[in-house]
Design a protein around this ligand. Structure first.
Ligand code: UDP
Ligand code: GLC
Ligand code: MN
Length: 344
């Protein structure tokens, strides 16, 4: 199957960690397709070497950035302008068909059957299900399509400032034209959905069927906080900060970390891609250091940007998504204080 490939993208060393977990997970479940990663010049040399161990092709592309501050502000993700770089995946014309996967996804089983689908197949976006989520999609590389997408981006821009808005405008009949292009949600299960519709995640539709959640084939860590932003306790085999409401069901986060420690960390150590403090010690012991991003990249700071403090609007949004900060701002004590103030 040399003419078909899984494809991902990493524009910096943080997302490379995600790409490495994704690539290892595809290998562990014995894909018969090739693995390709698109990178941009910011990715450090040691990380490129490690990528070459896991991927068949590491392709350097230039950054495409929407610079669309206004729309990206609406999405509250100023960093996502660079996701237009994803469009370069249409340039991989050595392949007849590909499956693109975000670097913040990981597979939980073999998903080679996706290659039976046609362009453009994708799963619904959990935020607006009449749009598809562009974290996992089946497509056919074509310079013509690539040029048309670039033209659309230049002339009309993207309604979310990133690739997903643009792709939904381009493949605008996805929602209505052909149900076979709707991938089941289990091929792009966003961790957010577990909190917003827990009963569905736990549902068992017939006595003989599995639960929806246990059928998951791809988990997508969609949102501002990525697995590599958490700290992992390798002895407890669990992400720390269990107080964080998004860690109430940490199963998938722990699986990501388990895969990182087992499959990726040894490669990072071998290739000097992590700082001296973290090398020479047992892989598991280095996990914590690496979780704080002690990567030897010169282009990047040595620790991940901590997420900016949440505005009250964002807090409200999280609350509405069932992600209340029960131990902090939204604690029972704080809510009671507020109620008492109103009553007075
Ligand atoms: N990406 C990247 N560098 C960035 C931001 C994004 O390489 O600074 C790539 C990466 O493959 C990532 C994808 O673009 O998975 C989409 O971004 P992200 O997953 O952060 O968006 P979300 O799924 O959270 O909306
Ligand atoms: C989304 C998708 C991601 C995409 C981003 C910007 O939420 O998950 O893949 O890059 O929007 O459009
Ligand atoms: Mn993503």
């Amino acid at each position: 199957m040399a003419d078909q490939s899984f494809v991902t993208l990493a524009t910096n060393d943080s997302y490379v960690k995600g790409a490495l977990v994704l690539g290892s997970s595809l290998r562990n479940y014995r894909t018969t397709r090739r693995l390709t990663v698109l990178i941009t010049p910011h990715v450090s040399d040691p990380m490129r070497k490690v990528l070459e161990k896991v991927f068949d092709e590491v392709k350097l592309v230039d950054v495409l950035d929407s610079g669309d501050v206004a729309h990206l502000a609406l999405l509250k993700r100023p960093e996502l302008g660079v996701t237009l770089t994803k469009l370069h995946c249409w340039g991989l014309t050595e392949y007849s068909k590909c499956v693109f996967m975000d670097a913040d996804t990981m597979v939980l089983s073999n998903i080679d059957e996706l290659f039976e689908r046609e362009e453009l197949s994708a799963a619904p976006d959990p935020g607006w299900p009449d749009c598809f989520n562009s974290g996992v999609f089946v497509y056919r590389p074509s310079i013509e399509t690539f040029n048309q997408l670039l033209q659309l981006a230049t002339e009309k821009g993207s309604f979310d400032g990133g690739d997903q808005g643009l792709l939904n405008t381009f493949f605008s009949n996805w929602a209505t034209a052909d149900i076979s292009k709707h991938l089941p949600f289990i091929y792009n299960l966003s961790s957010i959905s577990i909190y917003s519709y827990l009963p569905a995640f736990k549902a068992q539709t017939s006595p003989s069927s599995d639960r929806f959640g246990t059928n998951a084939k791809v988990v997508h860590f969609l949102g501002r906080l990525k697995p590599w932003n958490y700290t992992y306790d390798s002895k407890a085999k669990s992400v720390k900060d269990a107080q964080d409401p998004t860690v109430v069901h940490p199963e998938f986060l722990n699986m990501w970390w388990d895969s990182f420690v087992t499959n990726v960390l040894p490669l990072l150590q071998q290739h000097g891609a992590i700082k001296d403090t973290a090398t020479g010690v047992k892989a598991e012991e280095a996990a914590e250091a690496v979780s704080n991003l002690s990567l030897s990249s010169t282009a990047l700071p040595h620790s991940p940007p901590s997420p900016p403090p949440m505005s009250s609007e964002e807090r409200k949004e999280r609350w509405e998504q069932g992600q209340a900060d029960y131990m902090g701002a939204d604690s029972f004590d704080n809510i009671k204080k507020k109620l008492d103030a109103y009553l007075q």
